[in-house]
Ligand binder design. Structure first.
Ligand code: FAD
Length: 839
C-alpha cells in the first residue's frame, strides 16, 4: 500500500480523493497541493452568488484547509502550485505562491486532479477591462464587485453552454439587459435543436436577446463600454462581457511528464484511472473518459463524474481494483423558467457518427404534465428519448418547469443498469397527484417507444414536416383533428380539419393514397386518430411529434414576425393594476395543458357581457402566446400578460376597445424597463389580395395597392391563383420534364412578368410596349421593381398549390421567395384582414 500520496488540485476531484483515502487508511501521508487560495468550494454555485440567489459568500466555501486538517489529518497547502512532475524521481516541484520559493516533494502515488480552465482564444481585445471569465472564487469576486459597483445596464454572455446561460439568468436577475451570443445554431449543445428551441423561446419571453450562429470577431473599448464586433458584421455595445465558450483540460504538467494525452489534451487513463505511468492516477475534468453509450473516448467535464472517479481512485490507491465504467453526461441546468436536462447521447451525435434514424435508432417525444393536471400548478414537461431497435435506451432529454430532474435521473439510472424501453414501461414509480401521474412521463416514454417499435404509430418531427412541405416531394395531407375553437388560436398552414369526434364518419373525405400527417395540441388525440385511420384502411399515416404545442415553440420566431412583436408575447410584467369597472371574473387554468386553458377561456367569455374583464392564470408556457392570437381573432382585448411564479396571468376584456386604438399591453413595460413589445391593434389590419388575373394592368394595380398597404405597416398577403400564377413564373426557360399536355399549356401561357400584356388595347403588343414606355417616362416603377419592393416590404406572395397542380406549374418554375399554400392559408390571413380584393 502507498505510504505517501500527493494530490495536485484541491477542489472536486482532489479534495474528494483525499478525504476518501483518509477514511480508508489512517496512516497514509496525504498532501494536497492547490494553487488557488481555496479548496473544496462550490464552483457550481458561483453564478447564483453573483445573481444574489445565494447570498452568503461563505456558503460557497465548503471546506477550509484548517478544517480538513482537523477532520482528516490531511496536509493541505493552498497557494502552492505544482510546476513540474518528475516521474523517474517520483517527485513534484512546488512553487509557494505567497513566499515565492520553490521546493520538491516526493510521492509514492501521485493524483492529478487539476481540472480544466475556461478557453480564451486570441480574439483582438479579449483582455479588455470589462471582460471576465467565471471559474474560480476570485473570478466570482471580481464579477460580483463589478456588478455591485458599476450596475451594468447591459451584459453580453459569449457562449450558450450551461455556465453561460446560468450567468445570463443571474445577470438578468441583477438588472442587466442581457444578450447571449452563440456560435452554434442553438444553446445547450447536449440538447437536440428542437428541444433547445424551448429554451430559446423562454429566453426570448424573458427579454434576453439571443444571437445564434455568430461568433466574436473582436472586442474594443469604447468610452468605458465594450464594443463587440461579430463575424456577421453586427456590433453590440455592452457594459459587461462574460466569456463562457468552453473549457480545456489542465494537462500541461502531465504532458511535460511524458504522460499520454489525447488530441484535445485530455489525460488518458485506464479503467482503474491510472495514467500511462502506473504510479500516477488522474481524475476529473483533466481526463479522457469513455462515453458510456457509444464506448468511444470523450471529454465530459462535470462535477458528478469527478467525484465518483475520486472515490474509485482512492479505493484503488488503498489497494482496491475498481473500475470506472464511463460517463453518461447526465446534467441539468436551470435556465430562467425552465430546467433542461440530458443523459446519454443526443440525436446530433448519432447522426454525426453516421447512424440513421429509423434504422439504427428511433426517437420518441412526449408532452406531459409534471403531475396530475387536476392538482394545482401542474406544468408542461417535454421529453425526448432516443433508443435502438432492440429497445436499448441511448439517451434522454427533458425540458420543463418542474419534475425534470427526477425524470432524467430515472432515465439515467435505467440506462446505467442496462435497462430498456420495456423496463421503463414496468418501472413502478411513486405517485400521488401533487407529484406525478399514475402513468409517469417516464412510463409514458416507454409506452410510446414500444408503440414505435411495434409499428403501431409513426411520428414525424417538426423539421421533417417542414422539409416535406417545403419540397413537396410527397403527396400528403396535413390533418388537424383538434376542435373548431383550437383553430381560432392556431392551425398549420394548409391543414385540413376534421375534429376527432367526427373522424369515423368523415373518412371518405380523406385520400388513402396520400401520406396523412395528423396533428393535435400535444400528440395524444392525434395518436388516437392515427389508430382509427390505420384500422380503416389508411396505410401511410404519421403523427406530428409533440403536437402543435411543440411545433409552435419550434417556430416561435415565425409567430413573433407574423404578429409584429419584438419579443414573444409573454411575461410583460406591467406592474400596473388593470382598471375594472364591474367585478373581475377569475379563471384558474393552472395545471391544464394546451388546449385546455383556451377552451376554458372561450367558454367563460361566452357567459360574460361586453366590457367585463376576466383574469386567467395558467401554468402552460404557451398560453400567453395562444391567448394573444385568440383575442386577436375573436375580437376581444388582451389587457395584460404577467408572470407570477410559475403562472402566466392574463387579463382579457370582452370585446374590443375603441376602434383604431392600440393594444393596451403595448403601453406597458417589461420588469427591467427593457424594450416594450409593440403589440398589434386589436382590429384586423391585414389586406389580402387574390391575384386571379394575369393581365399586366391588373397585376400592376394589385402590387401598387399591396406596396401602399405595406408602407402603412399593414400585413399583406397576395394569393396568386390560375392566370395570376404566370406573374410568379421565372422568365428563363426551366428544364423540367412534364407530360405533353402540361408542356403545351405552359408554352401557351405568359412566362413571367415580361410576357404579361394589357387587358385592353394590347394591339398585338404595341399597347403594352407603349404603356411600359409611358410608365418609365413618368418615373412609375416597373412591375418587376414593384414586385421586388413588395417582397422587401414583407408582402407575402403565396402561390396556390391547387392551381399549380391544375396548370402543371412546378415550384422550380416560380421565382424565389414565393410561399406555397392552399386556400386554408389564404382564408386564415383573410380572417385577420379588413380589406380583401379579388383582381
Ligand atoms: P476542479 O474542481 O476545477 O479543481 C481543480 C483544481 O486544481 C483547481 O482548484 C485548480 O486551481 C487546481 N490546480 C490546477 N493546476 C494546478 C497546479 N499546477 N498546482 C496546484 N493546483 C492546481 N458541474 C456539474 O456537474 N454541474 C454544475 O452545475 C456545474 N456548474 C459549474 C459552474 C461553474 C461556474 C463552474 C466553474 C463549473 C461548474 N461545473 C458543474 C463543473 C464542475 O465544477 C467541474 O466539472 C468539477 O469541478 C471538476 O472537478 P476537478 O477536480 O476535475 O477540477
Amino acid at each position: 500500500m502507498a505510504k505517501k500520496t500527493v494530490i495536485i488540485g484541491g477542489v472536486a476531484g482532489g479534495a474528494t480523493t483525499a478525504a476518501r483515502l483518509r477514511r480508508l487508511d489512517e496512516n497514509m501521508e496525504i498532501l494536497v497541493l492547490e494553487k488557488g487560495d481555496y479548496i473544496s468550494y462550490a464552483n457550481c454555485g458561483l453564478p447564483y452568488y453573483i445573481g444574489g440567489v445565494i447570498q452568503s459568500r461563505d456558503a460557497l466555501l465548503l471546506q477550509t484547509p484548517e478544517a480538513m486538517k482537523q477532520k482528516f489529518n490531511i496536509d493541505i497547502r493552498t497557494a502552492n502550485e505544482v510546476t513540474q512532475i518528475d516521474p523517474e524521481a517520483k517527485t513534484v516541484t512546488v512553487k509557494d505562491l505567497k513566499v515565492g520559493n520553490e521546493y520538491k516533494e516526493s510521492y509514492d502515488t501521485l493524483v492529478i486532479a487539476t481540472g480544466s480552465s475556461p478557453l480564451k482564444p486570441p480574439i483582438p481585445g479579449i483582455d479588455g477591462p470589462n471582460i471576465f471569465t467565471l471559474w474560480t472564487i476570485p473570478d466570482t469576486d471580481m464579477i460580483k464587485t463589478f456588478v455591485q459597483e458599476r450596475k451594468p445596464k447591459s451584459a453580453a454572455v459569449i457562449g450558450g453552454g450551461f455556465i453561460g446561460l446560468e450567468m445570463a439568468e443571474n445577470l438578468h436577475e441583477a438588472g442587466s439587459k442581457v444578450t447571449v451570443v452563440e456560435m452554434l445554431n442553438q444553446v445547450m449543445a447536449p440538447l437536440d435543436f428542437e428541444m433547445a428551441q424551448l429554451i430559446h423561446e423562454n429566453m426570448d419571453m424573458n427579454g434576453v436577446e439571443l444571437i445564434l450562429g455568430d461568433g466574436v470577431e473582436s472586442f474594443e473599448n469604447s468610452n468605458g463600454a465594450t464594443l463587440i464586433k461579430l463575424k456577421s458584421g453586427k456590433t453590440l455595445e455592452t457594459d459587461l462581457v462574460i466569456l463562457s465558450i468552453g473549457v480545456k483540460p489542465n494537462s500541461i504538467l502531465a504532458k511535460n511528464a511524458g504522460l499520454e494525452l489525447n488530441e484535445k489534451g485530455g489525460i488518458k487513463v485506464d479503467a482503474n484511472l491510472r495514467t500511462s505511468n502506473p504510479d500516477i492516477f488522474a481524475v476529473g475534468d483533466a481526463i479522457q473518459v469513455e462515453n458510456f453509450v457509444l464506448k468511444t473516448p470523450a471529454m465530459i467535464p462535470l462535477a458528478g463524474p469527478a467525484n465518483k472517479q475520486a472515490r474509485i481512485c482512492a479505493n484503488n490507491i488503498a489497494g482496491g481494483n475498481e473500475t470506472y465504467n464511463g460517463t453518461q453526461g447526465t446534467s441539468i441546468a436551470k435556465v430562467f423558467d425552465l430546467a433542461a436536462a440530458t443523459t446519454g447521447v443526443n440525436e446530433k451525435t448519432l447522426i454525426a457518427a453516421g447512424r440513421v434514424k429509423g434504422l439504427d435508432y428511433f426517437t420518441a417525444i412526449i408532452n406531459q404534465k409534471s403531475h396530475a393536471g387536476y392538482y394545482p400548478n401542474a406544468t408542461p414537461l417535454t421529453m425526448k428519448m432516443i433508443f435502438d431497435g432492440e429497445g436499448r435506451i441511448l439517451g434522454g432529454q427533458a425540458v420543463g418547469q418542474e419534475g425534470v430532474d427526477k425524470r432524467i435521473d430515472t432515465l439515467a439510472a435505467t440506462m446505467r443498469m442496462g435497462g430498456s424501453i420495456y423496463d421503463l414501461e414496468e418501472l413502478e414509480l411513486a405517485y400521488a397527484p401533487p407529484f406525478s401521474s399514475a402513468k409517469d412521463p417516464v412510463n409514458m416514454l416507454g409506452f410510446v417507444a414500444e408503440n414505435i417499435l411495434k409499428k403501431m404509430v409513426t411520428f414525424i418531427d417538426c423539421a421533417e414536416m417542414d422539409a416535406l412541405t417545403k419540397t413537396g416531394d410527397l403527396d400528403y395531407m396535413i390533418l388537424d383533428i383538434g376542435e373548431d375553437m383550437e383553430r381560432l388560436v392556431f392551425s398549420i398552414p394548409g391543414s385540413y380539419h376534421i375534429p376527432l369526434g367526427q373522424l369515423r364518419k368523415r373518412l371518405d373525405e380523406l385520400d388513402k393514397n396520400k401520406l396523412i400527417i395528423v396533428y393535435c395540441a400535444i400528440g395524444v388525440r392525434s395518436y388516437n386518430a392515427a389508430r382509427i385511420l390505420s384500422q380503416s384502411g389508411f396505410s401511410n399515416i404519421q403523427v406530428l411529434s409533440g403536437g402543435t404545442t411543440f411545433y409552435k415553440s419550434n417556430h416561435y420566431l415565425d409567430f413573433k414576425t407574423e404578429s409584429g412583436l419584438t419579443s414573444s408575447p409573454a411575461f410583460t410584467d406591467s406592474g400596473k393594476d388593470v382598471e375594472v369597472k364591474s367585478e373581475m371574473k377569475i379563471l384558474n387554468c393552472s395545471g391544464l395543458q394546451c388546449p385546455g386553458p383556451i377552451i376554458k377561456v372561450n367558454e367563460m367569455i361566452q357567459t360574460m357581457v361586453d366590457g367585463d374583464v376576466l383574469e386567467v392564470s395558467a401554468t402552460d408556457m404557451g398560453f400567453a402566446r395562444d391567448v394573444e392570437a385568440w383575442c386577436r381573432r375573436t375580437g376581444n382585448t388582451l389587457l395584460k400578460t404577467e408572470r407570477k411564479g410559475k403562472e402566466n396571468i392574463v387579463c382579457i376584456k370582452k370585446g374590443l376597445i375603441e376602434s383604431g386604438s392600440i393594444h393596451p399591453v403595448a403601453a406597458q413595460s417589461t420588469h427591467h424597463g427593457a424594450a416594450v413589445p409593440s403589440m398589434p391593434s386589436t382590429l384586423p389590419q391585414g389586406k389580402t389580395i387574390i391575384v386571379f388575373s394575369g393581365d399586366l394592368d391588373k397585376v400592376l394595380a394589385s402590387f401598387i395597392i399591396a406596396n401602399g398597404a405595406a408602407a402603412m405597416g399593414r400585413p399583406v398577403t397576395m394569393f396568386f391563383t390560375f392566370w395570376g400564377l404566370n406573374v410568379l413564373r421565372k422568365s428563363e426557360k426551366q428544364n423540367i420534364k412534364k407530360p405533353f399536355i402540361e408542356r403545351m399549356f405552359g408554352a401557351m401561357m405568359p412566362q413571367g412578368t415580361s410576357e404579361l400584356t394589357l387587358s385592353n388595347m394590347n394591339m398585338g403588343g404595341m399597347g403594352t410596349s407603349m404603356m411600359k414606355k409611358v410608365m418609365k417616362d413618368k418615373n412609375v416603377n416597373s412591375l418587376e421593381e414593384l414586385m421586388q419592393q413588395a417582397m422587401a416590404n414583407g408582402v407575402k406572395l403565396i402561390a396556390c398549390t391547387m392551381s399549380m397542380d391544375i396548370m402543371g406549374i412546378t415550384k422550380e418554375e416560380l421565382i424565389d421567395g414565393v410561399e406555397y399554400a392552399g386556400v386554408a392559408t389564404y382564408l386564415g390571413d383573410a380572417e385577420e384582414s379588413n380589406v380583401n380584393l379579388f383582381i
